[in-house]
Ligand binder design. Structure first.
Ligand SMILES: [Fe+2]
Ligand SMILES: [Fe+2]
Length: 269
């Protein structure tokens, strides 16, 4: 019988973006179906690759060398969708990686339910962005994209608590702050399909940050650690640079991130 870890490694090893996303959704369905009938798939053990398989395009560039385009122009909006598509594809891999990489740590089944759901959501989000790009006569891979998206995964590959602190609770939380402004850009341009797609993404991302906070607090409780202190310590050690306000405090609160977690990590604190 296949295991959840083997399914995760299969997604990570798939280079084609549409195929990776489709496989992510199929494996999520299989996991949920087995859970629903009370015969969960074993989590098992499988070694995830250091870096997930990716297509030849987009060309990955240092963030400094990715040309900036004004969001007021159609090209600027295409570039924005392309950047989001790249983030979503990376997120598919991040969630399957957290499933496969830490199987030596015993965790409740709910941990896997949550990250499988997140991996399914990201695959859907990638599809939404890729569809928007194609409807606009472009496609994912047409523009260069940021290299170094996998850095957070590499920096936290040996520490599950650090992974949860940096990926969902810092990086995905940043998404909660910036997506409303992005939606406004497309609303002003009357690009309704992009608005609808980004609204789905924006709403579903709250849960991913909440999963991070939930399991981070769970592990702190298991080890009798103070969550806020440990969060500050891990983010300072594993995330490069300060957190940047403005923060969407209301959406962060909804996701279980209190202000005293992130404010002390800003430049001026
Ligand atoms: Fe997403
Ligand atoms: Fe996410």
């Amino acid at each position: 019988m296949t295991t959840l870890s083997a399914m995760a490694v299969e997604v990570l090893g798939t280079p084609d973006p549409r195929e990776k996303a489709a496989l992510s959704r199929r494996h999520a369905d299989a996991w949920r179906a087995a859970r629903e009938v009370g015969t969960p798939l074993p989590v098992g053990h499988a070694a995830p690759p250091d870096r997930p398989a990716r297509p030849d395009r987009p060309e990955l560039k240092n963030p400094r060398d990715v040309p900036r385009r004004r969001p007021g122009s159609p090209e600027g909006r295409r570039a924005l969708l392309h950047a989001v598509a790249h983030i979503e594809l990376n997120a598919v891999d991040l969630h399957w990686d957290v499933i496969a990489r830490f199987t030596d740590t015993p965790l409740p089944m709910g941990f896997y339910d949550d990250w499988v759901q997140a991996a399914d959501d990201e695959a859907k989000h990638f599809g939404l962005m890729a569809d928007c790009l194609e409807a606009a006569g472009s496609h994912y891979g047409a523009l260069p994209a940021h290299a170094g998206m996998w850095r957070a995964a590499e920096d936290t590959a040996a520490d599950l608590m650090a992974r949860l602190a940096v990926v969902p609770m810092v990086l995905e939380a940043r998404g909660l702050d910036v997506t409303p402004g992005m939606i406004e850009i497309f609303r002003r341009a009357k690009e309704d399909d992009a608005v609808a797609a980004l609204e789905i993404i924006s709403a579903e991302e709250v849960a991913h940050v909440a999963y991070g906070s939930k399991w981070f607090h769970f592990l702190c409780g298991r080890h009798d650690l103070d969550p806020k202190d440990v969060f500050h310590d891990l983010v300072r050690r594993h995330f490069h640079g300060p957190l940047k306000p403005p923060f969407d405090e209301a959406r962060r609160a909804e996701a279980g991130l209190p202000p005293d977690f992130y404010w002390p990590l800003t430049e001026n604190a």
